[in-house]
Every structure is written in structure tokens, then in C-alpha cells.
Design a protein around this ligand. Structure first.
Ligand SMILES: [Zn+2]
Length: 52
């Protein structure tokens, strides 16, 4: 079962494979996985949901 991530900004939920990879502006050999909807880098675990 793939791990689901939830974007902290726009609340997009998806798997790590759905994230968009963007190069670091300073170190182009690095890349970051960001939200495909808003480009935010902060995610929380979507499985941590409260009941109700
Ligand atoms: Zn987002």
C-alpha cells in the first residue's frame, strides 16, 4: 500500500510517485518533490486522520 501524503497548503492528497520533481534553484543537481497542485514542499501523513 503506497504511502499517502497530504499537502499542508492546499490539502492535496496523493502518493509520493505523484509528486512533481523540481530542481533546486541553487544546486541544480538536487531536486525536490513538491505538490503537483501548488508546489508546496511541506507534507503531512494523510493516514494520520482523526476519526469523525
Ligand atoms: Zn499543495
Amino acid at each position: 500500500m503506497p504511502e499517502l501524503l497530504k499537502c499542508r497548503r492546499c490539502r492535496w492528497i496523493g502518493s509520493q510517485a505523484e509528486l512533481r520533481s523540481v530542481p533546486d534553484p541553487k544546486k541544480t543537481y538536487l531536486s525536490h518533490n513538491v505538490c503537483p497542485r501548488c508546489g508546496c514542499k511541506s507534507f503531512s501523513d494523510a493516514k494520520e486522520q482523526k476519526n469523525g
